[in-house]
Ligand binder design. Structure first.
Ligand code: 5GP
Length: 202
């Protein structure tokens, strides 16, 4: 029997992280994938255009609306949703391949997509909340790539997303990034140690 802090299972576990834009979900998830090679973030498909500094195959697989709709018909997605007028979807083959390669797969997706997977797959649901809606607005204003109209659109969507929190297993209120990260990694470590995973232990 081997014993690592994380990455002891023959088949990886599945995690969903949702949060309103600006709550810190991407930063926190990337801290986790940097610390643990056994954790991988699922790369989604999207029909939106890449932002400055976004890389194909790392941030997203960028496709046209038509290509995305073709993939829907082919059944390529575990779930998909339309967020802010653009399609976003989780690739079935990406997830399955990585779980079989002993990776814990993290889906950073919106609440609509997350709820579609509820009761369909065995998964841990984590919600990251901002300290307040005002903090969220301030954080968004610091980003150069979105204007005031887009910010208000996202704030109203954030309010909708916050209503779904009771469907999640865990909540992390991201006031202090280092503490939030400590909380997030503890959840991953605890999930791996659940007794039901003993038969899956390497
Ligand atoms: P952004 O355009 O800022 O990268 O993402 C917008 C929203 O879409 C975020 O809430 C993000 O988590 C969500 N999202 C990204 N990928 C997926 C996906 O594959 N499925 C769903 N349902 N939402 C996604």
């Amino acid at each position: 029997m081997t014993q690592k802090l994380l990455g002891n299972l023959k088949k990886g576990l599945f995690f969903i992280i949702s949060a309103p834009a600006g709550a810190g979900k991407t930063t926190l998830t990337r801290m986790l994938t940097k610390e643990f090679e056994s954790v991988i973030e699922s790369v989604s498909f999207t029909s939106r255009k890449p932002r400055k500094d976004e890389k194909e195959g790392f941030d997203y697989f960028f496709v046209t609306k038509e290509e995305f709709e073709k993939k829907i018909k082919q059944g390529d997605f575990l779930e998909y949703a339309k967020v802010y007028d653009h399609y976003y979807g989780t690739s079935k083959s990406f997830v399955e391949k990585n779980l079989n390669e002993k990776k814990h797969v993290v889906l950073v997706i919106d609440t609509q997509g997350a709820l579609k997977l509820k009761n369909k797959i065995d998964c841990t649901y984590i919600f990251i909340s901002p300290p307040s809606i005002d903090t969220l607005r301030e954080r968004m204003k610091k980003r150069a790539d979105i204007d005031d109209v887009e910010i208000e659109k996202r704030i109203s969507w954030a309010n909708e997303e916050m209503k779904q929190i009771l469907s999640y297993d865990y909540n992390i209120t991201n006031i202090d990034l280092d503490q939030s990260y400590e909380e997030l990694r503890s959840i991953f470590i605890a999930e791996e140690r659940k007794v039901k995973n003993l038969k899956n232990w390497e």
